[in-house]
Design a binder for this molecule. Sequence first.
Ligand SMILES: [Zn+2]
Ligand SMILES: [Zn+2]
Length: 271
Amino acid sequence: MFGFDILDFLIIALIFSPLERLAPTIRGQKVFRKLLLLDLFHVVFTGMLITGGVSILLLMASYALKGSFLEEISPAIQAQPVWIQFFEILLIADLIFYAAHRAFHKISFLWQFHAVHHSIQEMDWLAAHRVHPFDQTLTKGLSIIPVILLGFSPTAIALFILLYKWQSLLIHSNINVPFGPFRWVLASPVFHHWHHANEAEALDTNFAGQLPFLDLLFGSAYMPRHKAPQKFGTNDPVPDDYLGQLAYPIRRWISPQNSNDESRDRIAAAE
Ligand SMILES: [Zn+2]
Ligand SMILES: [Zn+2]
């Protein structure tokens, strides 16, 4: 159940790696880049920890809400066509994702976990996996568990999870895909690359995972035309090794003298 699917991983690698060579956003980035091994550790071990964590949260939430009002709403939800349910799931899940993601940026305690993801300096599909398991267990759990408990169709949920997975790989990838008129409808690589930019004007922008118009709606959008981010990462002292990254937020609480709150203000520190 919590296993790592090597075939799935190879298929993804065989699709994304050639595309990143054919149509790169940032030229000259290598396949065998720095911290490749670290990100492979995240693919295998962080992936298992997140699946386990979300499953435990789902069991706890199902138990806590058994027999609640949710069971009365389910029949009405299930009576809708699957495609309508799919769009409802997309909107509900990404609204929650937006709020959770923004909280992980704005609350210093949560930022220490999310800084691991923002330590990515070379954007590609593999780097998408560099996340702290606590961060993504909570963010993914909070966005997907409500739609499961509301009783949405398993087909619609499965379609949503499929879209989420491929879109998440795409938005981190080094593939130049112009979304044209859909640039504010669906999150694109350039939209999320700006989220990762270590540049003052892009700090704390583009929190949506899939629907960029949510950032327009809540005043956190940044995607200028004819301009691309040049520098990625964070100035926070996130270690380069796997166990170091898992322990990083805990070390920051234990040694608050190293945990300067202005670490969040990574741009200011760079200037
Ligand atoms: Zn973020
Ligand atoms: Zn990201």
